[in-house]
Write a protein that binds this ligand. Structure first.
Ligand SMILES: Nc1ccn([C@@H]2O[C@H](COP(=O)(O)OP(=O)(O)OP(=O)(O)O)[C@@H](O)[C@H]2O)c(=O)n1
Ligand SMILES: C[C@](O)(CO)[C@H](O)COP(=O)(O)O
Length: 238
């Protein structure tokens, strides 16, 4: 059984709005609804757990779950950090779950192909992280001074989903908490355990909506997708 934990319990501080960025509308539909939709419509996903802020539960249930008719979705409450939210989500997993995908609610453009590929890799290798090779030259800077320039060939930007064998990710989270270790993604906790994580090629479209300018990029991605859908329909008709 394949489960996904989607985290949506942040505050969206960098977005500079007075609502959680998860509820920003992109083409008339809330960001979190776009994200849930991809997993809800994926035939390989058997269980969906969404981590939300406790005070947003009523809104989430009525304005997202009921409005879009998403059924059988479990809710977990968020914690202080992303890692805490995910840990709360992991505690709600069905006992039959074997593979767990962890995904940011703020990455609404994940594709079915990526989801399916990470599930396959996690089944074979136990731990998979989606990412893309960096496009810029990266500098290590201290106090405004460049200290080094790591070889770009080895650098990838990590995205989500990050997908794991259930027992491994639970062990990685428990180990991290027992040592007071906090990572900025889930793969780090598995790496901290000394286990290998396989990189799966993601997509440059699978952006995390973080800053206000990302909204424009998101609208462009949605427009391009609409145009490409229309083009395909016209071809069929023609
Ligand atoms: N305590 C937290 C912090 C983050 N997240 C989720 O983790 C994902 C990635 O985090 P980020 O983009 O940093 O979101 P926010 O924490 O909401 O944004 P900011 O850091 O700007 O406040 C988001 O889907 C966010 O909702 C969460 O569930 N619980
Ligand atoms: C998990 C993640 O999306 C991978 O890029 C990212 O690390 C989340 O970081 P943030 O600090 O919550 O923006």
């Amino acid at each position: 059984m394949n489960s996904v934990v989607i985290v949506a319990a942040g505050s969206g501080r960098r977005m500079n709005l007075d609502i959680n960025k998860q509820y920003i509308k992109l083409d008339e539909k809330e960001m979190i609804a776009h994200t849930i939709d991809v997993f809800y419509s994926n035939e390989n996903i058997d269980e969906i757990i969404v981590c939300i802020r406790e005070e947003e539960e009523y809104f989430f249930e009525h304005e997202i779950l009921d409005k879009y008719d998403f059924r059988d979705i479990k809710i977990a409450y968020g914690g202080k950090e992303r890692q805490d939210s995910i840990y709360n989500g992991l505690k709600k997993l069905d006992s039959n779950s074997d593979i767990v995908l962890i995904h940011d609610g703020a990455r609404p453009f994940v594709s079915h192909a990526i989801i399916n590929e990470t599930i396959q890799v996690a089944k074979n290798k136990k731990a998979a992280v989606v990412g893309v090779p960096v496009r810029d030259t990266i500098k290590v800077v201290e106090n405004g001074v460049v200290k080094s320039t790591p070889s770009r060939q080895t650098l990838w930007s990590a995205q989500t989903p990050q997908t794991f064998d259930k027992d491994l990710i639970i062990r990685a989270y428990e180990n991290a908490y027992s040592k007071n270790f906090y990572g900025t993604d889930d793969s780090m906790l598995v790496e901290f355990l000394g286990q290998e994580v396989t990189m799966v090629l993601g997509s440059y479209e699978n952006i995390k909506i973080t800053n206000p300018e990302d909204i424009n990029v998101a609208e462009q991605i949605l427009n391009l997708r609409k145009k490409s859908k229309m083009g395909k329909r016209m071809k069929k008709i023609g």
